[in-house]
Design a protein. Structure first.
Length: 135
């Protein structure tokens, strides 16, 4: 009997998930990432296989509970990956990169918890997305 192994966690899978959450659709995430829509879907399925959890409902891209828990961590991991070149060149202290990602995790986690508690409020997903994307 063959042993089934989990697929590897890949940064592009996390980036596709984060973009889908922030953009609100697979099509918009694909546009943002310069990919095709099926490529985004494949990357999210890979992440779901890795986590063993369904992360969003396909029709409206609404997050499942597992997706809401994963999003802040995935976002922070993507932000940290973006900081790596600056850290390697000595343009950013490692502590600054960690602090920035920790702030992202905390703010996103608080907003995700608020969303779970107040799910019935119309337009909450757009409100959360606007807050997260605000400069």
């Amino acid at each position: 009997m063959p042993v089934r192994t989990r697929p590897r966690l890949e940064l592009p899978d996390l980036q596709a998930f984060v973009a889908t959450v922030e953009e609100g659709s697979f099509r918009a995430a694909a546009h943002r990432l310069f990919l095709t829509q099926p490529s985004v879907s494949v990357r999210i399925r890979n992440l779901e296989r890795h986590t063993g959890e369904l992360l969003d409902r396909r029709r409206d891209c609404a997050l499942t509970e597992a997706g809401a828990r994963l999003y802040p961590v995935a976002r922070a991991m993507c932000e940290m990956a973006e900081c790596l070149p600056a850290v390697a060149r000595g343009e950013m202290a490692p502590a600054m990169a960690l602090e920035a990602s920790a702030q992202a995790v905390l703010s996103a986690a608080l907003l995700a918890q608020f969303q779970r508690v107040h799910e019935a409020v119309d337009g909450l997903r757009e409100c959360v997305r606007a807050i997260l994307l605000a400069p």
